[in-house]
Structure formats: C-alpha cells, structure tokens
Design a protein around this ligand. Structure first.
Ligand code: FE
Length: 198
C-alpha cells in the first residue's frame, strides 16, 4: 500500500506506518549497526523508559520515516530533485500529527547542525556515519542560522528527539515492535484531529 493507492486518513495512517515498518524496517541504516526499524524503535523505547511524553515517543518512532520516500508517491510534478528525508517525513505526517511531532521530524537534521554549533561536547557523541552526513547537510550552523532556529517554539522537544536519534544506534538493544506503539500513535493522531487545531 502506498499513499497513491488509497488516500491517507485518520483511520488508516497508523496501519500505513505499521506496514512501512513491517516491509521496509529491515533495511540497513547506512553506516550504523542497526536496521532502520531498530533505530527508530530504540529511540522510542528509550523515550518511553524515561517517561517522556507520548508526542516525543511518537516523534522518535517516526523521525526517519521519510527515508522511505518511495512509499509516499510523487509529491509534485515540479520536483526536480530528491527531497531531503526530513522534509518528506514531515510532509506525510503533517495532516495527522501535531506540530510538535512534525517539527521534531522536520528539524532533526537541523538540530544536529544546531547542536554541533552550540554544544562542543555534542559533536563527540556523533557516530562516524553521522559526522559524514553532517558535512553533506551543511556542517554546523552559523550564528544567524542558530538565532533563527532558536525562534522555533518547539526547540526543546526538537533537541530531545535529536538526542534520542543519537541514542538509538545500539547493536545490542531489545525493543518492542511497532505494534506496541501503535495505540499510542493513534492516540496522538486522534487528539490532534479532534482538537480543531489542524
Ligand atoms: Fe535517525
């Protein structure tokens, strides 16, 4: 099932995401000792173990969903190049999830560039693959980018999810599967869809 086959809705978005985890989750997370699904499940599990909010747990669970862009159909006839994975992920989630979740997904790459610019000790946490992609992503932010980024009202949450991203790269961690989190994902969707803040 791709979003091109059947329009996504409040009722099927969680199944759509579960299906991606199931079919594509075993793919390698390039340069890391975990698969894509393990990586995202580890972040969500660590968030849950630390008693973080459901929105943060769900954001960690879905932050890299945009790596599976081929699942999302073609966005626009005007696209001339591949979208960045963080943009693709946030775009598919945006109709169904609150801005805390979509901002954490959309800005998880920017958060790495931000933390490298503002917290010298953060850089040391990065895996080799993450340092490599940092360079492709523009390197650490400059002062004006930092000032702009700090205007985001969800800054603190975005940073939290970034740390979960870094934490979820363990070769030896057991986690529950997507189905454990599915009811929580649905709760976050339902709360958002009925809140009238769409
Ligand atoms: Fe990640």
């Amino acid at each position: 099932m791709t979003s091109a086959d059947r329009p996504l809705s409040q009722e099927n978005i969680v199944d759509f995401l579960a299906d991606i985890f199931e079919r594509r989750g075993d793919e390698e997370y390039l340069g890391e000792p975990v698969t894509m699904a393990e990586h995202m499940l580890q972040g969500a599990t660590i968030a849950e173990q630390n008693g973080l909010s459901e929105e943060i747990i769900v954001a960690a669970l879905l932050h890299d969903i945009g790596h599976f862009t081929s699942e999302f159909g073609t966005f626009s006839m005007n696209d001339t190049k591949d979208r960045h994975h963080e943009d693709a992920g946030a775009e598919v989630l945006a109709p169904f999830f609150p801005s805390i979740v979509t901002d954490c997904v959309l800005y998880h790459v920017a958060a790495k560039r931000y933390l490298c610019a503002t917290k010298p000790e953060y850089f040391k946490r990065l895996s080799e693959a993450s340092v490599h992609s940092l360079n492709l992503q523009g390197g650490p932010m400059d002062a004006s980018e930092v000032a702009e980024f700090e205007k985001n009202p969800n800054l603190e949450k975005i940073i939290q999810v970034r740390y979960l991203d870094e934490a979820g790269k363990r070769a030896d961690m057991d986690t529950p599967d997507f189905h454990h989190f599915a009811p929580m994902v649905q709760r976050v969707v339902d709360a958002h869809m009925t809140s009238g803040t769409r």
